[in-house]
Design a protein around this ligand. Sequence first.
Ligand SMILES: C[C@@](CO)(OP(=O)(O)O)[C@H](O)COP(=O)(O)OP(=O)(O)OC[C@H]1O[C@@H](n2ccc(N)nc2=O)[C@H](O)[C@@H]1O
Ligand SMILES: Nc1ncnc2c1ncn2[C@@H]1O[C@H](COP(=O)(O)OP(=O)(O)O)[C@@H](O)[C@H]1O
Length: 290
Amino acid sequence: MTLTLPAPAKLNRMLHITGQRADGYHELQTLFQFLEHGDSLSFTLRDDEAIRLSPAIDGVPEEANLIVRAARLLREAAHAQSKVASPTALPGVDITLEKVLPMGGGLGGGSSDAATTLLALDRLWGLELGEDALAELGLSLGADVPVFVRGFAAWAEGIGERLVPAPLDTPWFVVIHPGVEVATPAVFGHPQLTRSSLAISMARALQGGRNDCEVVVRTLYPAVADALDWLDQFGTARLTGTGACVFCAFDDARQASEVLGRLELERPMWHAFSARGCNISPLHAALASA
Ligand SMILES: C[C@@](CO)(OP(=O)(O)O)[C@H](O)COP(=O)(O)OP(=O)(O)OC[C@H]1O[C@@H](n2ccc(N)nc2=O)[C@H](O)[C@@H]1O
Ligand SMILES: Nc1ncnc2c1ncn2[C@@H]1O[C@H](COP(=O)(O)OP(=O)(O)O)[C@@H](O)[C@H]1O
């Protein structure tokens, strides 16, 4: 049996940096929302214990791939929680990845792939570890993984692990990838990064907010600044996460596709897509009917 599930993108509708912890990680306030657009993963159990991913992602060795890491971590956790006698007592799995989301794009593709892997294998292996345990495992893989495990649009605090549901509007978005890959540690390590925004309430954030990474990312990546300025003529353009993708909201699909048409003529070198925002992750919608 093969289980095929989506790994949707996320947007950070706003992102404020309110401090830095002793371990160097930054404290954030951010609004996460999912997009009806993303990667797709298929899982088929094997007769032996191997975990295999294909195709490989260029430049990401298998042992660093968040999909393989998530599968191995889940197997160890199942053993640690006495669900199985040994990690290799669970059948191996063939995982096929259809990669759509750009890497280092701020769309959370790697994190979303990891969350989809945790939920898919929890189901296929019959583990029922529970969402709290899966979110905690996810957090050890990356700060963005828990929101994809939980599957609801969220107001996030801490490093992104303290989540409460956020009643966001669900417009259509145009998302532009200006052709550069942003290194998240380079942004968070930058001396000029704002690290002391005042903490605000979710209600206030829902009325609009900035992305505190934007100033530094504009300086480090002129292509991102160019994309923000181009998109700003149609509304309020924002960076998602640490970039490189930028987005702008539209009332309907028609307006979004008109902007994509303009983009093709005026900036043919940029990749872009349009997709609707959603407050329940497409992963959870798919799991409910699988
Ligand atoms: C900023 C956000 C917002 O959604 O998005 P992205 O642009 O990466 O998608 C995330 O919190 C990113 O999460 P994620 O991409 O999982 O980051 P991690 O792998 O945990 O961390 C990469 C590196 O970024 C820095 N980092 C990350 C998160 C954070 N709150 N503070 C940090 O200082 C650390 O140097 C860390 O080593
Ligand atoms: N399955 C995966 N998909 C994408 N990136 C991955 C994956 N596994 C590991 N990575 C690594 O994680 C980095 C961040 O990827 P990604 O989550 O797509 O970007 P971002 O955090 O900016 O949204 C990549 O540059 C890559 O080195």
